[in-house]
Design a protein around this ligand. Structure first.
Ligand SMILES: [Zn+2]
Length: 296
């Protein structure tokens, strides 16, 4: 359970490095943590936060969505810091359910096995859950705040956080993931159309920094713009490819397998194979529903 390396990316934002799941601390009158990684990282995250914050604590956690790899370390850390948790209405509703927490824990225990983590850490029920929506603001101090942007499409519960006035965007999985070979993997799991709409919305934000929850962050308005535009292009291309396959075949499992073999040979974010296949099948399903079924 090593401590992580960390670095300031501007005057009040610190990134806790991790190839798969970087986390961000935003410091102010209150201290915020964006997303919560996986359970296997919980102990290391705690040690690193202690080193960064010293006597101070995490007051609030902002969740971009409810997926197991963004919520895995949440209950472990909440037991220590007793923070509030902000998420969309849907995220909050989901995380209140015992069945959902059990599923998140199951995926995390699988991930722990993969990483040979034999600790007893697990996901428990969460408390102090608060919902936010498009246009809401979460105050950091007199000069800065988070603006909430609804960005569904990756999941129905996805939102993004825009740190103002610095214009640092925390998009969660709403903009896809950069893989090892430099390609961008789209992640339209709940709805292709919504995902595309959300991406267009985030392009208009013109963020100065794009702080990814997988891989790394990008600095500079030009760089964030070209990334977001490339992400949109990759998204449309994957949709077209799925659509082409659906014209020949309606076997979602087979199509998901084919895309996996071709496109997912070098994933940055590993994780249980099962989770990757669930995601791919969800994308095939969303294209089918929105482009094939609706027309017939
Ligand atoms: Zn996700």
């Amino acid at each position: 359970m090593n401590q992580r390396k960390y670095e300031s990316i501007n005057k009040n934002v610190i990134v806790l490095y991790d190839e798969m799941f970087p986390l961000y601390i935003v410091k102010g009158e209150k201290n915020f943590l964006i997303d919560c990684s996986i359970t296997a990282r919980a102990i290391g995250i705690h040690k690193t936060i202690n080193k960064i914050l010293g006597e101070e604590k995490i007051d609030s956690v902002l969740l971009t969505h409810s997926h197991y790899d963004h919520t895995g370390a949440c209950s472990y850390l909440q037991n220590i810091y007793n923070f509030d948790i902000y998420g969309s209405y849907k995220t909050v509703e989901l995380l209140k359910k015992e069945k959902v927490i059990d599923f998140i824990d199951k995926m995390n225990q699988d991930f722990k096995k993969l990483l040979k983590d034999n600790s007893k850490t697990k996901c428990d029920m969460l408390k102090n859950l608060k919902s936010v929506k498009q246009g809401d603001r979460i105050k950091i101090d007199d000069s800065s705040y988070f603006e909430i942007l609804d960005t569904p499409g990756h999941t129905k519960c996805s939102i993004s956080f825009l740190l103002q006035p610095e214009k640092i965007l925390f998009p969660g999985d709403s903009v896809g993931v950069i893989e090892r070979n430099g390609t961008i993997k789209p992640l339209f799991l709940s709805s292709y159309k919504e995902y595309e709409k959300s991406l267009n919305k985030l392009i208009k934000v013109e963020p100065n920094i794009l702080a990814f929850c997988h891989n790394k962050y990008i600095k500079g308005k030009d760089k964030t713009k070209s990334f977001l535009e490339l992400s949109l292009k990759s998204t449309k291309e994957l949709k077209d490819e799925i659509l082409k396959k659906l014209k020949k075949d309606r076997d979602f499992d087979k199509i998901a397998q084919e895309i996996f073999k071709k496109e997912f040979s070098m994933p940055f974010v590993m994780g249980p194979h099962k989770a990757i296949m669930i995601n791919l099948k969800a994308m095939v399903n969303s294209v089918y529903k929105e482009f094939v079924e609706e027309k017939t």
